[in-house]
Design a protein around this ligand. Sequence first.
Ligand SMILES: C[S@@+](CC[C@H](N)C(=O)[O-])C[C@H]1O[C@@H](n2cnc3c(N)ncnc32)[C@H](O)[C@@H]1O
Length: 535
Amino acid sequence: MQPGSLSHDALSQSSASPYDAVPYPSGVFAQTHPDRLGTIGRLFGLRPAPVERARVVEFGCGDATNLIAMAITLPQGRFYGVDLAAAPIRRGRQMIQALGLGNIRLEQMDLLQAPEDLGEFDYIIAHGLYSWVPEPVREKLLALCGAHLSEQGIAYISYNAYPGNHLRELTRGMLQYHLQQFSEPQEQVRQARTLMKFLSEAKPKPNQWQQLMAHEFERIQQYPDAGLFHDDLSPTNQPFYFHEFIRAAERHGLRFLAEADITDMQVAGLTEEATGVMRKLEQCNLVAREQYLDFVCGRAFRQTLLCHQERAPNAELAPERAEDLFAAADTRPVSPAGDWARGKSQDFQRGKAIVATSTPVVKAALMILGEIWPSRIGFPELLVRSQERVVTAGGQPEGLGGDGPALGEFLVRSYLIGFVDLHAWPSCFVTGISERPLASALVRRQLENGPVACSVRHQTLRIEDSLGRALLKLLDGTRDQNALIDALTAEVLSGAAELFKDGQPVTHPDQVRTSISAGLESNLRRTAELGLLVG
Ligand SMILES: C[S@@+](CC[C@H](N)C(=O)[O-])C[C@H]1O[C@@H](n2cnc3c(N)ncnc32)[C@H](O)[C@@H]1O
């Protein structure tokens, strides 16, 4: 069965948990990876455990795809997943066995029954759990974080937030009333969509109410069926104000560290007056400041990082904290670089964002990052290479005392606004194309069952075209490009994969071969850029 869809087979099973009957869509979450948690911890002055040797537990891990994708790339790490539902744990164990992983263990267990000797963890993850379980389980989760987090450990907990969820709750009561007539999950999801469509279109001239309903209808249309069933239609779906969540965490000896998506903490797009008010709040109380930010933004979801109360996270910008991190960014100069090595201001672009800098070493660094993207480069190497480039272009480096802090400060500031990525771990995907390319074993295994593939960059991808899937499955490190062309041609000729040109299927053997050889190099490069290759 495809993740995210509902099948009659699944629905006809009688089972203890709705997650047994209706599989939750599997995937990975970069914002939960020890790399992300460790990076933010370091930037805020903690000394989190090295990513390579992280001890990680995920509560409510589902089929543990998130943990398995970490475990396969971090062989010295230790991973432990817990979930109440038996079926996803079974699927996770099958995958672990198929991949031969010895550093990950899964257990079917109710968190309420978790034993005291669970051990100590550097990183604790609970994604999509807190708001969707009853109060005793929520309390237990926080108690487990308080008791089992290592001294410098970091816990990640996501939850639905107020005030944004008040909007969602407008529809919840109506949906619950309507859905009580239907017992089958498949029908419930269909009826939820039908009711919301009906409500949003019920008046020829939509008033404010219809507009709100239309907004909610659009939102639920983005969800796969299984996601909608378990999230919006779940009997328990309890949002919290940020300050309520933090008070609950404090009762268990924990405190707020940061948001896992650090850009969520930035004040952007506000009026000058509102920005001024938010800046003033920054100086008094971080929790209050974050709470008011939620009021201003109408936040509906949070991914909060917690640490022990005795730690004293320090959000003051400290450029030297970038020094043991790795940077990555697909940045490029907006206009041709010209005489860039002098102190003239120059714009650089990443996606839609544009940032100006006049510092030569920073300009050189942004060019280098763009050229090597998506590779990550350690700060010391980036600094040296940037200084060399400034010299080659006729400029004068400022020496370590000037260039180092300037680059460090720029990288930290840019990370906060999402212009540059920082990492505590270099990762193990490769960007070059080797003689016999090797795709991640997890990806090759996942593609046997459907289009979902979790990259080494810890992103969930859907490989929709059959030829792309066939190529990835063939990348087992035994085939050079000629062998790949032979094997892919055979796949197309046998009908196992399809090849299109200008929207038309290509079936003639010579044309199939020519077309596959012409596209192979660029397809391999794309595969590498997505972080699917490990050799
Ligand atoms: C919304 S799913 C999230 C799964 C996964 N973390 C993700 O985000 O894709 C919630 C998971 O929590 C599990 N769960 C619910 N109550 C639990 C409990 N008391 N103890 C352990 N797991 C529980 C469910 O079985 C389900 O797999």
